[in-house]
Design a protein around this ligand. Structure first.
Ligand SMILES: *[C@@H]1O[C@H](CO)[C@@H](O)[C@H](O)[C@H]1NC(C)=O
Length: 349
């Protein structure tokens, strides 16, 4: 039966390839039927709708370039990670960076609440930890086409801190932060540390269900922000350029991390331990929810992203740890400016 349906589809795919071929400049007649079939499958898998044939053929050209990049990268000998076609496959790398990142540079810090000192318990640093196994991580969320990564990064860190200190995992509101944190720029970018400062000053943060995510630049809802499902007493910075300190912090709780997510390899990452290429130009915020070492001794951080579950390893990335000597920025700049919220087991709400 599978054979029969394959045989009956094949002429259709070839015909489609032939018909569209004329619209697509620079596509060789040899690869286009196969690639067009892949493109059609991708369109239906991701529910894409294009407004015109012209747009579709432009998107196909980008898809083709991405497809070829992914194939070529996956053939690289010794690569410890794989790339795959995901929902970003019809976007150029510039479009991807513009729409799905959104962390501001360290120099944009604008403190309204002073940070607490970095403190850790040396005795409690295990060889590996995954806060998912402690029920301290909510399901992967999706920021959509909005540069609100900073809000997702901050919320995931607060969710973890609150669960670890109070025993209850709550899904908290990113939209509240997008709409209300005046020291950030809504869908145009922001910083997790500024979000922590706002949550402390506001006295708490409400739930995802109460203040739902819309991926838009909304107005701050003065009524909803008076609901405090969870609160924090402050926040702290992990010492910069120090992955040992970062490990101590992640051993305590999930940590907000900013890094460079702008490379095509990051865009199409689909599993394994990510090793770059990337540099230290910060443009994205995520949450580190653990670390570990694989059977070959390769060390990694567990990164929770906010691009849905079709990106990466069901929404997560394993990113190489301790690549550079202590005192340097870490892979993709991950050690430049990590920060975390402080939840108290005695604080109200
Ligand atoms: C890194 O941080 C740890 C923990 O705070 C500290 O003991 C160590 O001296 C730091 N290393 C450097 C190079 O500053």
């Amino acid at each position: 039966m599978a054979v029969a349906s394959f045989l009956s589809l094949k002429p259709l795919v070839l015909l489609l390839g032939f018909l569209l071929c004329g619209l697509v400049p620079g596509v060789s007649s040899q690869d286009s039927p196969f690639l067009l079939a892949e493109f059609e499958k991708w369109i239906s898998d991701h529910g894409r709708v294009y407004e015109s044939d012209r747009e579709k053929s432009e998107r196909f050209s980008i898809f083709k370039a991405n497809y070829e990049y992914i194939q070529e990268k996956n053939r690289e000998p010794g690569l410890t990670y794989t790339l795959g076609l995901n929902e970003f496959a019809d976007l150029t790398n510039d479009e991807f960076v513009a729409r799905y990142t959104g962390a501001l540079r360290p120099t944009d810090a604008d403190a309204t609440v002073p940070a607490e000192p970095f403190e850790f318990d040396n005795l409690r640093v295990p060889a590996s930890i995954d806060w998912r196994t402690y029920g301290a991580v909510t399901p992967v969320k999706n920021q959509g086409s909005c540069g609100s990564c900073w809000a997702f990064s901050a919320v995931a860190a607060i969710e973890g801190a609150v669960k670890i200190k109070k025993g209850t995992l709550l899904s908290l509101s990113e939209q509240e932060l997008v709409d209300c944190v005046t020291t950030c720029y809504k869908c145009q970018g922001g910083r997790a540390d500024n979000a922590f400062q706002w949550v402390k000053t506001n006295g708490g943060i409400t739930t995802e269900a109460n203040y739902a995510y819309s991926a838009t630049n909304g107005f701050c809802n003065a009524n909803l922000i008076s609901y405090h499902a969870a609160s924090i007493t402050g926040y702290a910075y992990v010492p910069s350029y120090n992955e040992t300190a970062l490990m101590y912090a992640v051993a305590m709780q999930p940590v907000s991390v900013s890094l460079d997510a702008s490379s095509s390899s990051f865009q199409f990452y689909s599993g394994g331990i990510y090793t770059g290429p990337c540099d230290g130009t910060i443009n994205h915020a995520v949450t580190f929810i653990g670390y570990g070492v694989d059977s070959k001794g390769m060390k990694y951080w567990i990164l929770k992203n906010s691009w849905g579950t079709t990106w990466g390893a069901t929404g997560y990335m394993y990113i190489q740890k301790d690549v550079y000597p202590e005192g340097t920025r870490g892979l993709c700049g991950l050690a430049i400016e990590p920060s975390y919220p402080i939840a108290s087991s005695s604080a109200s709400a």
